[in-house]
Design a protein around this ligand. Structure first.
Ligand SMILES: N[C@@H](CCC(=O)N[C@@H](CS)C(=O)NCC(=O)O)C(=O)O
Length: 288
């Protein structure tokens, strides 16, 4: 069952806002650790911290990303796997004044909306220790108005000899509910696209937020189709073209490459239980 524990968002941006994207090191390395952060200056600090932490004595958990967390995690993690959650669909129905918009012109970011038949594709990160969770609480809840929720995550690739052999993984996720003060709700897609194409905030242009998420889906999950996201992608590109704004003008620095699904060294046909949940259309990534 979903469990909500949200925070009343405060809108002032902390003085060390930029540091929020580099939260220092986390627990020990896994065999396939991918210590990923987005600020080169903190690489050494993260590595040093990682060497000092002893993972088996620290609490580990998984966090599901379906928006900017897919391409800009901003914290150190030891594993990243692609997959999906059930019972939700991704919608650009959440306003934002701290990352991709301002109080004068809020941007629009992704959230999840309950839908019994829905599935949302993204990626899950394995975190160790409290540092990343504290960072996410600040970034998602305090600054973004998101609440914390738990659900099951289904890895896209679940070879039998990995911890995921066909099983779901419990994940934390951050969801903006209609109760938060920047909830925008449903709107015609051309209207949402027009707002995204003309908004910018402390973290960059709102169009970058959408286009990089769409790029993540095209590159990492080419078997998944998200009509809402890809229609918005088409409309935002069309709007930028109409305003004579080159895409390069809205895309900030390329984020660090993220190594995903490193557990997939053995390919096993997905279990029937897994494939039975997938639409009948051909799925290249699962070769079924
Ligand atoms: N919780 C979603 C959405 C996360 C998200 O987009 N959060 C915003 C805060 S409103 C953010 O951190 N944006 C950073 C950025 O836009 O660069 C996810 O799992 O990715």
């Amino acid at each position: 069952m979903a469990h909500f524990s949200g925070h009343q968002p405060t809108m002032e941006v902390p003085a060390d806002f930029k540091n929020l994207f580099t939260n220092g090191g986390l627990g020990g390395d896994d065999d396939d650790s991918n210590n990923n952060n987005n600020n080169d200056n903190n690489d050494q600090e993260n590595r040093t911290n990682n060497n000092n932490d002893n993972e088996e004595h620290e609490h580990s958990c998984w966090v599901f990303g379906y928006g900017s967390l897919c391409w800009l995690p901003g914290f150190t993690f030891s594993k990243c796997i692609t997959g999906y959650i059930r019972g939700y669909v991704r919608r650009f129905w959440q306003g934002n004044v701290t990352h991709r918009g301002t109080e004068q012109q809020p941007g629009i970011v992704a959230t999840l909306v309950e839908d019994k038949e829905g599935i949302t594709w993204g990626c899950a990160y394995k975190l160790t220790g409290e540092t990343a969770l504290e960072y996410l609480k600040e970034r998602e809840c305090t600054l973004g108005g998101y609440a914390t929720l738990e659900t099951k995550f289904y890895p896209r690739i679940a070879p039998h000899d990995t911890p995921f052999g066909g099983e779901a993984v419990e994940v934390l996720l951050y969801i903006a509910t209609p109760a938060n003060i920047h909830w925008m709700g449903e709107a015609p897609l051309p209207k949402i696209a027009q707002l995204i194409a003309t908004s910018r905030g402390p973290s960059g242009h709102n169009a970058e937020y959408l286009l990089r998420l769409a790029l993540f889906m095209h590159e990492e999950l080419d078997c998944a189709w998200d009509q809402h996201l890809f229609e918005l992608e088409r409309l935002v590109l069309q709007e930028l073209y109409r305003m004579n704004i080159p895409v390069s003008a809205v895309m900030g620095r390329n984020p660090e490459r993220i190594r995903r699904d490193s557990h997939a060294n053995l390919h096993r046909p997905p279990s029937f239980e897994f494939t039975s949940r997938i639409q009948s259309t051909k799925l290249r990534c699962l070769n079924i």
